[in-house]
Ligand binder design. Structure first.
Ligand code: ATP
Length: 315
């Protein structure tokens, strides 16, 4: 399931410009991208609450524009701002949602999974922001959906709630369900998502497993060491894959930081060159956040600054 060639314009502003994504069964797919990249718009088109300008959308075998009841039973959506009934109690809210489905989860189990067991008797209007988000998650999962669509589910959650959220999503995956989520947290994308798509200015600029993206698009390692023979650094600068060498005086020696895509080869050279007399050798590998920063920087350079104003539109 997924979208193919998806486009969406608001007035003359093209927010999504030909996005193709596939979400596989039983995987967690993360959509990452800077503010305004088109993530929410893509999600909204995918779940059928927004009409695309162009493109094909297929979700669990359905075109979401058909608003089929069958699809709605198998699809759960947690928007960034969901509406709940303030006068209902937490347990009543989950029970109400459970009543819409033929085989809902046990309400106590849901309360415990999202960490709201203690608030079960509390009115929704008395919940904190993070607790409201936990409740929105609870009503998303209670119907055992096949596809869970979560727009920035971790926003505003404390570390413990984030851990609970990740556990809920992993349990959903173990039960065979798929998840599509957006996040600004690269650690979350790297740890939780099986695959990620990077959206910049309405276009997918990269996709793959977090490990593939880091291997193929990042992989800048920083090799640090101290030396008392900076003249020998000329050979290091010439090594293939070295993109920068920074030096700084440090307690009678020179602290060196080498940025390179070929960390292993540089490390070997440094460690096996006696004239360098390298000490305090350490290696740090760049992660998904470095890949993300680089992708955003180069995509923004390519596309120019697209700040055309759009009109408000609600469908
Ligand atoms: P964020 O990370 O900030 O949530 P996003 O990647 O989800 O951003 P969208 O909310 O999809 O981005 O917005 C994409 C672009 O479309 C933005 O430039 C935004 O201003 C514009 N946009 C979104 N909704 C509307 C609307 N109803 N009317 C006009 N423009 C809109």
């Amino acid at each position: 399931m997924g979208v193919d060639g998806l486009r969406k314009s608001y007035g003359d502003k093209e927010a999504v410009r030909g996005v193709s994504l596939e979400i596989r069964t039983s995987e967690v797919f993360g959509l990452i991208g800077p503010n305004g990249a088109g993530k929410t718009t893509t999600l909204e088109c995918l779940v059928g609450v927004r009409r695309p300008t162009a493109g094909l959308i297929r979700v669990l075998g359905f075109d979401p524009a058909g608003r089929s009841l069958e699809l709605r039973r198998q699809l759960a959506v947690q928007p960034q701002e969901g509406t709940l009934f303030p006068q209902l109690r937490v347990r009543e809210t989950i029970e109400m949602w459970a009543s819409f489905y033929s085989q809902p989860m046990d309400v106590d189990q849901v309360l415990s999974e999202v960490g709201l067991a203690e608030q079960a008797g509390q009115k929704v209007k008395a919940l904190s922001g993070g607790q409201r988000r936990r409740l929105l998650l609870a009503v998303s999962i209670v119907g055992r959906p096949k596809l869970l669509v979560l727009d920035e589910p971790a926003a505003g959650l404390d570390p413990q709630a984030r851990e609970l959220l990740w556990n809920v999503i992993r349990a959903h995956r173990r039960a065979g369900g798929s998840t599509l989520l957006t996040t600004h947290d690269m650690n979350e994308a790297a740890q939780l998502c099986d695959r990620v798509g990077v959206l910049v200015a309405g276009k997918v600029v990269a996709s793959g497993t977090p490990a593939e993206l880091v291997r193929d698009l990042g992989g800048l390692s920083t090799i640090s060491f101290t030396t008392d023979a900076p003249a020998s650094l000329a050979a290091v600068r010439m090594l293939p894959g070295v993109s920068g060498v920074r030096t700084e005086s440090s307690r009678g020696r020179v602290l060196v930081q080498v940025s390179t895509k070929q960390g292993d080869a540089v490390l070997k050279h440094v460690a096996s060159t006696p004239t360098l007399n390298a000490m305090d050798l350490s290696v740090a590998h760049g992660g998904l956040d470095e890949v993300f920063r680089n992708l955003v920087a180069s995509a923004s350079k390519d596309s120019g600054d697209d700040k055309a104003g759009g009109s408000d539109e609600s469908s």
